[in-house]
Design a protein around this ligand. Sequence first.
Ligand code: FEO
Ligand code: CA
Ligand code: CA
Length: 722
Amino acid sequence: MSDTKRRLLPMLGHTNGKRSAVTCALKCDNACASAVCNTSSNNYFRDIVSNELSRRSVMGAGAVGALTMLIGANAPQLAPGGTGIAPAVAMKRHGGKGKLKFTPIDPVDALVDDFTVPEGFAWRPVIRWGDPLFRGAPAFDANNQSAAAQAQQFGYNCDYTDIVEIPGSKGRRAVLFANHEYTNESIMFPPELPAGEVRAIARAAHGLSVVQLERKNKNAPWSYIVGAGLNRRYLLDTPYELTGPAAGSEFVKTIDDPAGRTILGTLGNCAGGTTPWGTILSGEENFNGYFITPGTSDADRRYGLTSRPTGRAWETDEPRFDTRNAGYANEANRFGYIVEVDPFDPNSIPKKHSMLGRFKHEGANVIVAGDGRVVAYSGDDERFDYLYKFVSKNTVRTGNSAEDRRANMELLSEGSLYVARFQGNSVPEIDGTGALPSDGAFDGVGEWLPLIIDNESAVPGMSAAEVAVFTRLAADKVGPTKMDRAEDVEPNPATGKVYVACTNNTNRGVPGQAPVDEANPRTRNRDGHIVELTENGGDQTSTRFTWNLLMVCGDPATNSSTYFSGYPKDKVSPISCPDNLAFDTAGNLWISTDGQPGTIGYCDGLFRVGLEGSERGRVDQFLSVPRDGETCGPIIHDDERNVFVAVQHPGEDGAWGAQNSLFPDYVEAGTAPKRGEGALPRPSVIQVFPAERAGKGDDKPGRGHGKGKPRTDDNRGGRDAK
Ligand code: FEO
Ligand code: CA
Ligand code: CA
C-alpha cells in the first residue's frame, strides 16, 4: 500500500455515533472529531425574549405563500432560448395531487448490501461512476484506470442530482446534472497503482457532470447518451467566474489569477438546487480538507483550515493546495461558494457567487418572491454554524431570449445577504431532553440579520468583500443562532414555507459548548430535526419569520424524544440524520438521510413526509440504499411516478479485495475484484419506477425489483434498534 493511501485510512472509532470513520475522514476531514470551529460567544439571545420581535412577527403571519410567484403551473411554455434549448422560468412544478402510491418498506439492517424499493417498483442505474460520457472515451475498467479516462467518464460520489427536460422534446430528452463530492481511494484503486496516478485520477473524479438523457416515451426509463452534445465534465482546471463583492478583491488574488476573478475548479460539492431559470446551483462544502494553510489566523481556524498535510496530498502535485507557497496565500479563499452552471450550454463559463457568502455550503435553493426578486436559502453544514438567506437586487425575467437568460444568471451577483436568529417562546422549558413544551410545540419567531444590504456591508468594520469571503466571521458579529448542522434548506414551491434539515450535533449542550435552545432542543442531538420556517406575510423577502419544528427525528420505538407533528408515533417509519430535501407535485416533503447506520442501525433511505392536514408528520420510507451508502439528491417526478436518487459512497468501509458492496451491479458477491466491471461498488444515479414499465419502451429489463417488506405495525418495531 502506498504512503498516500495509508494516510487516507482514518483512525477507527471516532464517528460520534453517526457516519462511518472512513466517511468522516474522507468527506469532511474529521470535522466532528476536531475542535468546534465556531467558538464565538455571539449572544444569540437564547434567554432574551424580544417583545418587539415577537410583536412584529405575529403581525405579519398568515397568507402564507400568497405573494410567492407562481412558477410552474402558470409559467410560460418552454421554448427555444438563446442557446437553442434554454428553458424559461418554469422549473418547479407544484399544485395538484401526488400520484405516487406505494406501500412503505420496512427499514433495512445497516449491514445489508442491497437497494430496496417498495413492492411493485423496479430500479435501474441511469449512470455509474466511470461510465463514459464522450465518444472514444474508454469503458470503465477497474484495473486499468487512468486520469485521462476518468476525465471523460462520470465522476465519483454523486451527490446533488437533477434531471431537467429539454424543451420541445415531448418528455423524451433531458439533461442530468450531478456533482462529485469526494473520492475513497482505498476502495477505488488497486493497491499497485502508483500514488501519483491515484491522485491524478482522484482529482479527475471530482467536479461536476452534465449528461444528456433520452427515453422512447414518457413511460420508459431514461438512458444516457454517450457523446451527446450537452455532455460535459467540469474538472479541476475548468475556469469559473467569481462574481459579487469578492471578485477582484485583495482576498482572492493569486499568482495564477492576479485579477482575482477566475478560479480553476470546484471542490467538495454537496447538495444543490435548480433555479427557476433552469441553471444548477451546487454547494462547495468541505473544501478545507484539500488545503494546507498556516492554520494560525482567525479565518483559518474559523474555517477548519490547518497546517496538517492533507489526506489526499494534492499539494504534492499542485502548489496552490499549500497556501504557504509563494503566491497562493489566498487560494483557499477561492472555495466555499455556491457554483452556478448552465447545463444547456456546454461552452458556458460557470460562476462562483460570492454574494451568497463563503462557508461550508450544503447547497442553495431559490424561490421567486412576489415582487419578482429571487431569494436563495443556504445552510452552513458545520456544528453550531448558521442559516443564511440571499435576496436579489434585480427581478427575474420570464422570457426566453438569450438576453433574459444571461440576465437571470446575474441575479445571484447583486443583492442582500442575511443570517438567521431564532427566538423560542417556551425557553424556560427547554431542558435538552426533547420533551415537548407545554404550548405543544417547539416554535417561535425569528429575524434575518443583515450582513450585506444592496451590495454594501452591514457589518461594522468589514467591507462587503470581507463579508463575502469571511462570512462566518462576519456572521459571528451579529448574533445569529448556532444550529445543529443545517444541511439542505428548501422552500416548498406550493406554500413558500422553508424547510431546514438539521442533521445532528452530538456536541450540542455538552460542557463548554452552546446550550440547547428551542430551535435545537436536544442535548447531544444524535438524530437531527426539521425546522419549518414561514416568512412573515408570505413575503419571501421579509426580514421576520415564524418557525416551528416539523419533526424531531429518531426511532420512536426506542426514543421518546421523537416528535412527528402529532402524527401517531407507532405509524411512522423510523428516520434519523435528515440531509437532502425535495418536494413532489402534491407538496409532500421528501427527505434523504445520511448517517442512520451509526444512529438507529438501519441503512440510509428516502422518506416521504406529509405536511398538511391529517397526513402532517406521517413518515413513509420509500427506498433504502446499500451498506455504507448515503442517499442523496432525491428527485420526485411524480407525474411520471419516477423517483431518482444518487447513491453516494456505497461500501465506504470496505477495501480493495474486501469490498463491502458491489452495488449496483451485484455480480457474484464475495469474489475478489477482477478485470472488468462490477466487482467494486460504483456510486450511481438510480431511477425507481413502477415495475410494469420495466422493459417497456426499451430493450433492457429492470435491474432490480421491489422486494421491500411492507412496513406493518407488527414488524416496524420488531427488531432491536442499534
Ligand atoms: Fe456533504 Fe452536508 O453533507
Ligand atoms: Ca413553544
Ligand atoms: Ca449532504
